[in-house]
Design a protein around this ligand. Structure first.
Ligand SMILES: NC(=O)c1ccc[n+]([C@@H]2O[C@H](COP(=O)([O-])OP(=O)(O)OC[C@H]3O[C@@H](n4cnc5c(N)ncnc54)[C@H](OP(=O)(O)O)[C@@H]3O)[C@@H](O)[C@H]2O)c1
Length: 275
């Protein structure tokens, strides 16, 4: 049986839904619940909240057992817009609350002051629209400003690109030092972290797939990981990554794999430089 640890309040392994749309989204989310996932990651931007909500509401899992994340897009950060975006997300999901509400990206060029939208998102938590709040794609400077605005304990996670091919060390270390768990998006580097000599060599030792080893490395680092797949076998295999515990030697070997092979969009921050 797969036991999923929880970092802070967040189940460490979730199912990511970016690019899953329509019937495919319904099918994948339904299958993910059936194989054991309880944490689901969506966003207003993904245009699939209706399907994610429908699949989850129709599933065998009770609402209390589910952990649902959605996000507010960066053009919805003005006064009153964070609330409006969240209320619209809840409507589409058919849920009275989400478990985690994230600011998807900071306001470009600080067009909207960070303090303003962070205070607005905190007020939504106080009103029960979300159980927890967090941020995504925040650089070190944004994290420091968010902490100054609302306090570390309010920030459940910073969701950024992290995977075995892109460790994203500066922001990871900064958040860890502040006690903020990282959620690794693109945990399989869009599938690139599912092959390669080193991953396959280690995978053979554990009777696992290379993708499972890549996910297990993230979980071993104390990160939350939200892989996505459209394939029923891979959805299940990815979930079983939580059963694998890598030895210190194998973890170290994968630590050496660090490169700059990021796959997030070019308009994402240059994590090594952005303070
Ligand atoms: N906050 C943000 O700005 C942000 C940005 C990007 C993503 N996210 C979140 O993070 C989630 C994950 O990121 P992602 O979906 O972009 O990328 P990902 O999970 O790194 O990779 C998904 C790709 O990997 C393939 N794959 C999955 N499992 C595999 C396996 N076991 N073996 C081989 N290939 C496998 C999938 O192909 P198949 O479908 O063919 O299996 C799919 O093409 C998203 O769904 C979204 O929820 C957040």
């Amino acid at each position: 049986m797969t036991l999923i640890p929880t970092y802070g309040v967040i189940p460490a392994l979730g199912y990511g839904t970016f690019t899953r749309k329509g019937e495919e989204c319904l099918r994948c989310v339904d299958h993910a619940v059936n194989v054991g996932y309880r944490h689901f990651d969506t966003a207003a931007f993904y245009e699939n909240e209706v399907e994610v909500g429908q699949a989850l509401r129709g599933s065998s899992a009770s609402r209390d057992d589910l952990f649902v994340t959605t996000k507010v897009w960066y053009d919805q950060l003005g006064a009153g817009e964070v609330r409006a975006s969240t209320e619209a997300s809840l409507e589409r999901l058919g849920m009275g609350y989400v478990d985690l509400l994230l600011i998807h990206w900071p306001s470009p060029d600080d067009e909207v002051p960070l303090q303003q939208y962070m205070e607005e998102i905190v007020s939504l938590k106080a009103e029960g629209l979300t159980r927890n709040i967090g941020v995504s794609n925040f650089t070190r400077r944004h994290i420091d400003e968010a902490i100054a605005a609302i306090g570390t304990s309010e920030i459940a996670t910073n969701q950024c690109e992290v995977n075995v091919m892109f460790h994203n060390e500066p922001i990871v270390t900064h958040c860890q030092n502040a006690g903020i768990p990282m959620t690794a998006y693109l945990p399989l580097a869009k599938g690139a972290a599912s092959s390669g000599c080193e991953l396959e060599r280690i995978a053979a030792k554990y009777g696992a797939t290379a993708a499972q080893i890549a996910l297990s490395w993230l979980l071993g680092k104390g990160h939350i990981a939200i892989p996505s797949s459209s394939n029923t076998t891979r959805i299940e295999q990815n979930f079983r990554a939580a059963d694998i515990s890598l030895s210190p030697g194998d973890t170290e070997a994968l630590d050496q794999m660090n490169g700059d092979r990021r796959v997030s969009p070019l308009w994402a921050p240059d994590w090594d430089i952005a303070a």
